[in-house]
Design a protein around this ligand. Sequence first.
Ligand SMILES: Nc1nc2c(ncn2[C@@H]2O[C@H](COP(=O)(O)OP(=O)(O)O[C@H]3O[C@H](CO)[C@@H](O)[C@H](O)[C@@H]3O)[C@@H](O)[C@H]2O)c(=O)[nH]1
Ligand SMILES: [Mg+2]
Length: 298
Amino acid sequence: MSYSVDMSTAKSRRNQSVAGSFDPSSSSSSTSTSCSVIVPAFRENANLRPLVTRLFQAFASHPSSSEFKDAEVVIVDDNSRDGSEETVAALQSEGYNVRIVVRTTERGLSSAVVRGFREARGQRMLCMDADLQHPPEAVPSLLLALGESKPFVLGTRYAEGVEMDKDWPLHRRIISSGARMLALPLTPASDPMSGFFGITKQKFELAGPVNAQGFKIALDLLVKAHIPANGIAEVPFSFGLRQEGESKLDSKVMIKYLEQLVELYRYKFGTLPLVLALVLLLVVALYVWTTLVYPVLF
Ligand SMILES: Nc1nc2c(ncn2[C@@H]2O[C@H](COP(=O)(O)OP(=O)(O)O[C@H]3O[C@H](CO)[C@@H](O)[C@H](O)[C@@H]3O)[C@@H](O)[C@H]2O)c(=O)[nH]1
Ligand SMILES: [Mg+2]
């Protein structure tokens, strides 16, 4: 079950002045929406206001600001009850085109993103975290990179000139690199672990049934929407630190990722290569045990 708080009226549609600064008090009566930004959020109230205001400021000050005149932000919250709904209502009354879908019987990052993509009114859809690890200022370029020839855009942390924040913990770097390596045979994308990505509505609707468990929905869409290498626009960005609150990534999320990998390998290559890989792994493990570990221990 879910409900949606959407007080968007002509007054609450976001607007921009020619000077490039966002003026939420002026209004637009347009009903078409070109771009939608989807934000999965769980207990992110403290981050919502800076996120939304920075996003609309970035749209207003972009040289192609007219492309974003109908842009909307859709927050998909899992019943956080931390004041997020009130914050969104306040932003709406100030004129920002933002709404919140509150799910009361479902949980999970990926399924929240899928829900947001289904709710989105825009043809270009982008997903980003609420905690400001993904810079709102990079959103316009990512959205503009989407089109018929590039139906998928990926904010990548693995490119020249960009970096992770030096305070991002070592264990998270190791987990992220390991997870990325395991996904290498599935997609040519440089950073399929990224939660900063976009897809056209058309391509999303053509994708096969996605695995909405866990955190890695971009990887699932890359595989199941059959996105070829030349259909991906990669936009480098520097991955920041969470501004407020705590990460929700835990061991359950990692196990779900391994399950997702098995499903995707079967989807892409069939069952036989997967069985062969498991047999090979078993043989290597037996070899290591009998020749290296057993003689040393016993
Ligand atoms: N609705 C909803 N949102 C959720 C849930 N769990 C997490 N989120 C939201 O999903 C976003 C990412 O969650 P974090 O808890 O901040 O994740 P992270 O550990 O920082 O992981 C990030 O880095 C990964 C790459 O290393 C990304 O893959 C991932 O998307 C995220 O960006 C945040 O906006 C968070 O509120 C949930 O159960 N429900
Ligand atoms: Mg985070």
